[in-house]
Design a protein around this ligand. Structure first.
Ligand code: F6R
Length: 261
């Protein structure tokens, strides 16, 4: 796991966008794993800028979102399909239908989850997965206690996650769904490169466990310690509880600029 501590969201966005741009140059038909929430927004802004400037194209690429609320109406602005459309897809040049997500309105939820796993596998798997992290250490919506071997399935959101996400629902906790569909931890672990972004003091404890804690279902993101190519991009605040912060900083400073993440 490579930990990179940068001076803010813009630098994080630029570095992650560099990795995605390089990937698409090498492999225009690359498959991206897409997170929603606040953490990836600087990446998406930078990708939109580069796409408008003709510096990168998503014409042949595909995308799979991480998760989806169960039961939100098709036109609800917080339905993750709609969020990813607004924040990303509408600003890039993906082909129609190239980005898909789990179907939180399916009648047969287990079948929809199995179909999602099949769709990812049929696309050749995810080349680069963007992740945020919850204050309780979740990735996707794999809450504490999730099986480290899980695949896409329905999960119950914890009270903490519903509280954290109430800000997207005008602060109305009752409006936050109780269930979601999420790629499992094993699904995420199958991605070839994982880029996890965390900013702000609120993420410092989860980041400490992610990078330096014991691997445990209580902090689901710790499974990434077993991933062969995970990059963790942090600002100073999110890195605030890392014991080896100065080592990560000097290691990254000594890295040749052409090497990328
Ligand atoms: C979103 C997702 C979640 C978020 C996490 C952090 O698709 O899967 O794991 O990444 O809850 O959310 P933010 O970035 O809003 O702090």
């Amino acid at each position: 796991m490579e930990v990179v501590i940068l001076d803010g969201a813009d630098s994080i966005g630029a570095l992650a966008a560099d990795a995605i741009t390089d990937l698409l140059k090498r492999r225009p038909e690359a498959v991206l794993g897409l997170a929603t929430g606040s953490s990836p927004l600087a990446i998406y802004d930078e990708l939109a800028r580069r796409c408008a400037a003709g510096e990168v194209s998503f014409k042949s690429a595909r995308g799979f979102t991480l998760d989806e609320y169960v039961g939100l109406a098709a036109d609800h602005p917080q339905r993750y399909r709609n969020v990813i459309e607004t924040e990303l897809v509408s600003r890039l040049d993906f082909a129609p239908g190239a980005v898909q997500g789990p179907d939180g309105l399916a009648d047969d939820i287990p079948a929809a989850c199995a179909a999602y796993e099949t769709a990812i596998a049929d696309a050749g798997g995810i080349d680069l997965q963007i992740l945020g992290i919850g204050t309780d250490g979740h990735i996707g919506f794999n809450e504490p206690g999730s099986s480290l071997a899980s695949r896409t399935r329905i999960k119950t959101l914890t009270p903490q996650t519903r509280l954290d996400n109430a800000r997207f629902f005008d602060g109305d906790l009752d409006a936050v769904p109780t269930h979601c569909l999420t790629q499992g931890l094993a699904t995420i672990m199958s991605a070839r490169h994982v880029v996890l972004v965390a900013t702000g003091h609120g993420k410092a404890e989860a980041v400490h466990h992610l990078a330096e804690g014991a691997v445990s279902a209580m902090w689901p993101a710790t499974i990434l310690q077993h991933h062969p190519h995970t990059t963790v991009l942090l600002d100073d605040a999110a890195a605030g509880r890392l014991q080896l912060a100065s080592h990560y900083r000097s290691t990254y400073r000594a890295k040749p600029p052409w090497q990328g993440i």
